[in-house]
Design a protein around this ligand. Structure first.
Ligand SMILES: Nc1ncnc2c1ncn2[C@@H]1O[C@H](COP(=O)(O)OP(=O)(O)O)[C@@H](O)[C@H]1O
Ligand SMILES: [Mg+2]
Length: 282
């Protein structure tokens, strides 16, 4: 069964103007898609396309203006499901500094489970296991502010993992990181996915989206394209029209083809480009 099912989702932000009249901004304008249990879905789209609004709709932080969001069959809009939905879908946001609440790493990871009212021995077990899963076990007594951006983001991920969710929605978790931090965070997300976690990964780095099973392209609050990374990134012109690029290897391969180098159509990653070039005839 689909783990996430979004049906005709519309979301309006409503503000009051100076005269006190409500003014609505439509951020999501009729979106439907599903996410398979255990899959890795990337969502890409330029700023303001509705990615964060969609992310927050997936764990009930925002409720539909109209349409439905189901998590593991539970309607996010039904008040009796709020607790379960939040438990099932954890979120990791862009800025690690805004997500860290404690002066010691292990206290920070314990914060979520403590708020769930879980007993101390179980919290201890979860904190250790969550820190191991992000490869930060050696840092549990350290102060988060001394860590690199990538390490801080891994602590934030450990905090999500310690809630023992079935799905983690990452909202541009690598946007503020250097290349090393980005690799670390993507690597951890992929590792969690391999162990069974359903992952929704919002990014503006096309190389990261290329690692997904499924890619959704948002623009102006609607889905413009959807498919496997190979299907999506073979449509360079369509992506360009949406102010989006393609992974560097895809771009390089298409430039090389224009110069007469024979390369297969399927190149997506640096590794694939390198091995194709080793066999290519100029
Ligand atoms: N709190 C808010 N109040 C009013 N409008 C908002 C709010 N948050 C986002 N928006 C608007 O909703 C649209 C989608 O925003 P967002 O979901 O943050 O997109 P993205 O994450 O892709 O940049 C944008 O037009 C944005 O200006
Ligand atoms: Mg956003």
């Amino acid at each position: 069964m689909d783990y996430i099912r979004v049906e005709d989702l519309i979301f309006d932000y409503t503000k009051l103007d100076e005269g006190g009249a409500p003014v609505a901004t439509r951020a999501i304008d009729g979106v439907s898609f599903t996410v398979a249990r255990g899959s890795f879905t990337a969502i890409i789209g330029q700023n303001g396309s509705g990615k964060s609004t969609l992310a927050k709709s997936l764990n009930g932080l925002l409720l539909p203006t109209s349409g439905k969001v189901f998590i593991d069959g539970l309607d996010t809009a039904a008040p009796e499901n709020t607790w379960n939905v939040r438990q099932k879908v954890a979120m990791v946001f862009q800025n690690p500094d805004n997500q860290i609440v404690s002066a010691i790493v292990e206290d920070d990871v314990a914060f979520g489970p403590e708020n769930l009212g879980i007993d101390p021995a179980e919290i201890r077990r979860r904190v250790d296991s969550a820190l191991e899963s992000v490869e930060m076990g050696d840092y549990k007594g350290k102060a988060p502010h001394l860590l690199s951006g990538g390490q801080k983001q891994r602590i934030a991920i450990a905090g999500a993992v310690a809630m023992e969710p079935e799905c983690i929605v990452f909202d541009e978790p690598t946007a503020m990181l250097d290349p090393k931090g980005r690799r670390e965070v993507l690597g951890i997300a992929r590792q969690l996915n391999r162990k069974g976690m359903t992952v929704v990964f919002i990014t503006h780095f096309m190389e990261e989206a290329a690692c997904a099973d499924h890619v959704i392209v948002l623009d102006g609050g609607v889905i413009r394209m959807e498919g496997t990374p190979r299907e999506i990134f073979s449509q360079e012109e369509e992506l360009e029209a949406l102010s989006l690029g393609v992974p560097t290897a895809v771009r390089m391969a298409s430039l090389l083809r224009k110069r007469g180098v024979e390369l297969p159509d399927s190149i997506l990653t640096d590794e694939e480009l390198v091995s194709a070039l080793m066999e290519a005839k100029a």
